[in-house]
Design a protein around this ligand. Structure first.
Ligand SMILES: O[C@H]1[C@H](O)[C@@H](O)[C@H](O)[C@@H](O)[C@H]1O
Length: 615
């Protein structure tokens, strides 16, 4: 038995991943899934149609910044409404991701994906036809509900239908679709920014195309075989598995899924709602802490602030034209997308742990560079030379330089420019109905000719802006391959079968909650700590994340599901070292003995527990 285990263990290390659906159950040394194993086209089709959910997640979160530039003018949106339209989607996503675990167990993965694509479509229609801002808000909340369900269901579905040797790659491709969606959204934003009248309707409404495609695709696509088996629909599960595996012999895999479900049922951890069972079961509780911690630190390292703020960063660097700024923001999301591709390639080469650690270290250093850029800009902030009489007697006249003026949300900086030289500058109140102009004076008419003064809201002109721009690109290059996709990928692998949808629902919920928190607090944090203070704060948080990952994230690459579970059997933070218990190796093997009924038994040796399927 030990030799047999050793050979399987060796093979597991060499071959990469094993099925999440259940442990491999084939005969010891033959038919093991490996890179030469058949790659049934059908599974790619399934992954593509599911990852459209990731695309919609990226599209709907990304498209709003470009749409807002047109919307705020057409609908006279004040800062509060702009904030509401952006954050309501993310808030709704948090709620629906949290409830998605229950929906997944009750309705199944396929129905949840169908529901999500239906909601996306309805949301897209509401948004494109919205007559006023209230209906727009309803549309944004609707779309958020779809995003939440999709964000937690899609990785689970892909993991459950993928053959073992393709699982890691296919789940990470979902993250590629997220950043791809954000990139396409920014291109669509750029293209329709020329359509001044109603351009935003196309931007927001176009998401209906992929969602309708996904909806019709999933009418014909199958349910996860594991969910079917869990619900006792064994005949259907067998048919689906056989279809997904392209007609290969699936008896062994099928038996394994069934065996693992029966094992789960034997060991219900006291019964009750899954979340309580997770909290009572220490290894799964530890996995949940690691999964939620990763999602929390992903957001605390400021990705969405950096992406959202990128348009302002490029304005700060001297690009003042709205359209040019939109296209440069598209370049930012293209960078995010391209470097995610690097992550898909690296994940099986260097492993999840090293990729996440390297990514966080680079992310922290780039955040520090961004902070230094902002610090130098603040120290050399242009002085205010003109103090026009203020009819509103606002706080704006109290500032001596652009820095203080820019940090006050009620004021903006109005100036003339000669090359990099700023002159005739003043700090004046912003127009309450549009931040594009001042409330009165030279910068209030919104026209921008070379002899007209420039209106800078939220930023200051600075000759150190290149440091900030460089920091931004470096940040994305480090974040995108690791901290972007790994929290999603790792979460799809670390929970045992019974806890997978609830574990993913909780961690996705944590992701969305911290997304809202970081984006809602950014401007206030910047007001109190200044921009460089805010970015130094993110640097600190990324470093805390680094310590967390260093201490608590074990390497899951190339391990079987049972080995992954065992990684959480010991202490929570063991610096990635396998816990002593991980020597216990669980192995399912099939004995072709002549029994007509299936029976299951367990044998424990000094270094292994073997679950033997007897037939
Ligand atoms: O993994 C994704 C990705 O990195 C996106 O670019 C980001 O906007 C999301 O918040 C994140 O969850």
């Amino acid at each position: 038995m030990s030799n047999l285990m050793a050979s399987r263990r060796q093979k597991a290390g060499d071959d990469g991943e094993r099925s999440l659906i259940g442990p491999p159950s084939r005969h010891v040394d033959e038919n093991l899934p490996d890179r030469d194993a058949p790659k049934p086209l059908f599974v790619y089709l399934l992954a593509f149609f599911s990852a459209l959910g990731g695309f919609l997640f990226g599209y709907d979160t990304g498209v709003v910044s470009g749409a807002m530039i047109l919307l705020k003018k057409e609908m006279n949106l004040n800062a509060l409404w702009q904030e509401l339209l952006v954050s309501s989607t993310v808030g709704a996503a948090a709620l629906s991701a949290l409830s998605g675990g229950y929906l997944n167990g009750w309705l199944g993965r396929r129905i949840c994906i169908l529901v999500a694509s239906f909601i996306f479509t309805v949301g897209g229609i509401i948004l494109s036809l919205a007559p006023d801002k209230v209906v727009l808000l309803v549309g944004r909340i609707t779309v958020g509900l779809g995003i939440g369900i999709a964000s937690m269901t899609v990785p689970v579905y892909i993991a459950e239908v993928s053959p073992p040797h393709l699982r890691g790659q296919l789940v990470t491709i979902n993250s590629l679709f997220i950043t791809g969606g954000q990139f396409i959204a920014s291109v669509i934003d750029g293209a329709f920014s020329y359509v001044r009248q109603d351009g935003w309707r196309y931007m927001l409404g176009l998401s209906c195309l992929p969602s309708v495609l996904q909806f019709f695709g999933f009418i014909f696509l199958p349910e996860s075989p594991r969910w079917l088996l869990q619900k006792g629909r064994s005949l259907e599960a067998h048919q689906v598995l056989s279809q997904i595996r392209g007609g290969q012999n699936i008896d062994e895999e099928y038996d394994t899924i069934r065996a693992s479900i029966e094992e789960e049922e034997k060991d219900l951890n006291g019964g009750g709602p899954v979340i309580f069972r997770i909290l009572r079961h220490s290894p799964t509780r530890r996995a949940l802490i690691v999964g939620c911690g990763l999602q929390m630190f992903q957001q605390l390292s400021g990705i969405n602030t950096v992406m959202y703020y990128s348009a302002t960063i490029v304005q700060m660097a001297g690009v003042r034209d709205d359209k040019q700024a939109i296209w440069l923001a598209a370049a930012t999301s293209a960078t995010n997308f391209v470097f995610t591709l690097l992550g898909v390639w690296l994940v099986e080469k260097v492993g999840r742990r090293k990729l996440t650690l390297g990514s966080l270290l680079g992310t922290g250093l780039s955040l520090a560079l961004l902070a230094v850029g902002f610090l130098l800009s603040a120290q050399n902030s242009p002085p205010i030379t003109l103090h026009p009489l203020d009819p509103q007697n606002s706080t704006c006249r109290t500032y001596g330089s652009c820095e203080g003026c820019m940090l006050d949300p009620d004021c903006g900086f109005c100036f003339l420019e000669n090359g990099t030289n700023v002159y005739d500058s003043s700090c004046v109140p912003v127009n309450q109905s549009s931040t594009d102009h001042a409330a009165w004076g030279r910068c209030s008419n919104g026209t921008e000719a070379s002899d007209n003064p420039i209106w800078a809201y939220n930023y200051c002109p600075s000759s150190y802006s290149w440091i900030v721009l460089f920091g931004l690109i470096l940040y994305l290059a480090f974040f995108a391959p690791g901290m972007g996709p790994m929290p999603w990928t790792v979460n799809s692998e670390i929970y045992p079968l019974w806890a997978r949808s609830t574990g993913n629902a909780c961690s996705a919920g944590v992701n969305w909650i911290f997304n809202v928190l970081v984006s809602l607090t950014f401007l206030h944090v910047a007001e109190f700590l200044t921009y460089y203070g805010a970015f130094f704060l993110y640097t600190g948080l990324a470093m805390l994340g680094l310590i967390f990952v260093l201490g608590c994230l074990p390497e899951t690459k190339g391990l079987q599901l049972e080995e992954i579970e065992n990684l959480f059997a010991g202490q929570l933070c063991s610096c990635g070292e396998p816990s002593p218990n991980s020597n216990r190796h669980v192995q399912y093997i099939r004995h072709d003995l002549e029994f007509s009924q299936a029976n299951y038994g367990a044998v424990e040796s000094d270094s292994a527990i073997a679950y033997i399927t007897l037939r």
